[in-house]
Design a protein around this ligand. Structure first.
Ligand SMILES: *Cc1c(COP(=O)(O)O)cnc(C)c1O
Length: 402
């Protein structure tokens, strides 16, 4: 037998973390790494944050899980906080980002197919999505992305998705038919290379959705929960969605997600139409409430914005030293992407920084290195990051022949 006990779907690297302390990870062999990946935008308070870990420990000892057949004081409390601080009127809790997107897709279809008034019902089902998007790994969410590498071996895909160029409003408009149920878009593409949508695009989608009675569904699984310096990225654009998927940072490391919707958008999600055994259990809600205690206030968000500016300008200043390696920095808040020039492969540079300089980042599409630190980093972490990036660039750039 050659298969590993862990199903070999990830090409795992040699760094094997066993402990976390703030913005640092410590490996089995004692090696330390500065974590500017945060479990891919998950650990927004870093590792071992006392408020979050205490809330989880206390809830685990009090009541870990009960069925959604019972009343949920913990879920009601967190759902109320989410609806109070966003566009949404109602929330469905899930266990992951993909499930939050699944719920959003179901809600967008049910808005048309299960409208309360017979006269409002239609069979619309098609969702217009955007190229290089990432929405998760379930059958529906891989079908929602045009990325071939995620489809291979899993045919047939789920029907009902149309792919249009990201940020192409004319393309989105042209794709609308009498079967269209809505749009599904990341305001800032994550896996696609930290690419923020333009103002005109987001405003245009909102207007098209209004004009054609379509659901504007946002996937804020990666860019949501204070990551961009706003609680949710749609706030940067001055528009509101109808439905939104959230996950990753929402539990600060505890796995859960949420599908948020307006009352109107959720009109098809009636008794018995959806469910989840674990979704929103007391332990998940304790984690969510603890994260919200820390991040859902102006001071914290302002700090993310100012830290983001500092980090961004430090990187911009630095990359001027290596114009042959680096192209540009883009993103919002502490969701930053460093685009590399063609002669440097992002994946190779990420490995080099990790293996030789103890710095964790994440590769993304469009030859971009993702910089996703915990949101509570300070000047010390920024300087250490620049030192490591600088050392890593110096010995990566050096030709072997020298
Ligand atoms: C990570 C991600 C998902 C999937 O989340 P999982 O928790 O891995 O299922 C969906 N959408 C976006 C934008 C993501 O970044």
């Amino acid at each position: 037998m050659t298969i590993t006990p862990l199903m070999p779907v990830y090409p795992r690297c040699g760094f094997r973390p066993v402990r976390g302390e703030g913005s640092w990870l410590i490996a089995e062999d004692g090696a330390r790494a500065l974590d500017f990946a945060s479990g891919i935008a998950v650990n927004l308070l870093g590792h071992g944050h006392p408020h979050l870990t205490q809330a989880i420990a206390e809830q685990a000892a009090t009541l870990m899980h009960v069925s959604n057949l019972y009343g949920s004081p913990q879920g009601e409390k967190f759902a109320k906080r989410l609806t109070d601080s966003t566009f949404a009127d109602t929330v469905f809790f899930t266990n992951s980002g993909a499930e939050a997107v699944e719920c959003a897709i179901k809600a967008a279809r049910a808005y048309h197919q299960n409208a309360p008034e017979e006269s409002e019902r239609s069979d619309r089902f098609e969702i217009i999505t955007f190229k290089n998007a990432f929405h998760g790994r379930t059958m529906a969410t891989i079908s929602a992305s045009n990325q071939e590498k995620m489809h291979h071996g899993f045919a047939p895909l789920l029907p009902g998705f149309k792919y249009v160029e990201f940020d192409d409003l004319d393309g989105a408009k042209a794709a609308i038919t009498d079967k269209t149920a809505g749009f599904l878009v990341e305001p800032v593409q994550g896996e696609g290379g930290i690419r923020p949508a333009s103002e005109a695009f987001m405003h245009g989608l909102r207007a098209l959705a209004d004009e054609h009675d379509l659901m504007l569904v946002l996937d804020e699984v990666q860019c949501g929960v204070a990551r961009t310096g706003k609680l949710y990225a749609y706030e940067h654009y001055g528009i509101i969605p109808d439905i939104m998927a959230s996950a990753k940072g929402i539990g600060g490391g505890f796995p859960f997600g949420a599908c948020l919707a307006t009352e109107k958008a959720a009109r098809g999600m009636t008794f018995g139409t959806h469910g989840s055994t674990y979704g929103g259990n007391p332990l998940a809600m304790a984690a969510g409430n603890a994260v919200w205690d820390v991040v859902a206030n102006d001071e914290f968000l302002e700090q993310v914005r100012s830290t983001g500016e500092k980090l961004r300008s430090a990187i911009e200043q630095f990359i001027g030293n290596y114009p042959e390696m680096f192209d540009l920095v883009r993103g919002k808040g502490l969701m930053l992407g460093l685009r590399l020039n063609d002669q440097v492969v992002a994946r190779d540079f990420v490995s080099h920084l990790r293996d030789n300089h103890g710095l964790l980042t994440v590769a993304a599409g469009d030859n971009t290195l993702r910089i996703l630190p915990p949101l509570n980093i300070g000047d010390a972490e920024i300087s250490t990051f620049i030192e490591k990036l600088s050392a890593g660039s110096a010995d990566f750039a050096k030709p072997e022949a020298a």
